[in-house]
Write a protein that binds this ligand. Sequence first.
Ligand SMILES: [Zn+2]
Length: 337
Amino acid sequence: MTKKWKDQWGSALELDEGLFRLRLRSPGKSLIVNTYVYSGGGALAVIDAGWPETVDQLETALADMGLAKSLRDVDYWLYTHAHIDHMGAAALISQKTHAPQIAWQGLEPYRERWHAFQDDMHNWTPWIAEAFAEPHRSRLLAERKNQGGLVDKYGRGVLENAAFVEFGERLEIGDLTLEFHDARGHDPHHGAFFAPERGWLFCGDVVIAVPTPICRAMNDELDTYRDSLDRLQALDAQFLLPGHGLHRRDNIDASFERSRSFVTDYEGRTLALLRELGRPMGLYELALAFTPDGKPYQPASRWWVHIAQVDSHLHALIERGDVMCFSGEHGPLYEAS
Ligand SMILES: [Zn+2]
């Protein structure tokens, strides 16, 4: 019988021998993250500990599941990528435990200022100023009030006990061998953990049930993302363990195909709409043209991901020569070539 837990802190499920998936309740967040826990060979490891706000829930969950008395009992903290829903809690956790915080080497420059780095990633103002045309640009900049970041709440955030790893490295976690693979694109710091003997692939946000967000505001890149899809698919995983949504044992190739077709579809739709409308358009107008009723999607987070997605695809199309960009003082306008 697979074990299940449900409590104030959220829910958990035993997925395989020694492998658990936690979903911590994150009040005020519209996004649920999968936090994975491995217990075996005398070691306890947590992959993608989650938001800064759910550290206490995580500790209670591990205790309720009988895996740890406190966060100090965790031997390894592993992170697929730097985003706040996956690695936002890293600096706070590192103050409570001496166990290594394992993430990609490219994050080294932010070790001393983890929360400031998180806040910078979420400051989309420079991108808004560059990507939108008037009248939307001024309106969006005015709406983008400073919401108060992690530095205000928790201080600078030093990542203690950071143990950065390179792509291609192997890690021994108790009796589990993990390979760390390059999975950049959705985040310029994205990696994936693959357990070759068991076929487990912790793929983070590379393969999820919706289009993986690619935001130029956060330095994401479509081409790099496509390469990561190919690279991870070639591992021939037997058990796909994504950062959000459902795990999968069968027909894993179909999940990769779906993620690939999300990219192709967005790109095709962007170009088709520009051709259909037949005149230079700003990013906001174009993003609205995608919607069935000409209104922004709800909630706002979904709408912003959509705009960022359209923007990334526009830039890929410009690079290929399919779209032209006219920049003036009122901001960029796009037209099909
Ligand atoms: Zn995520």
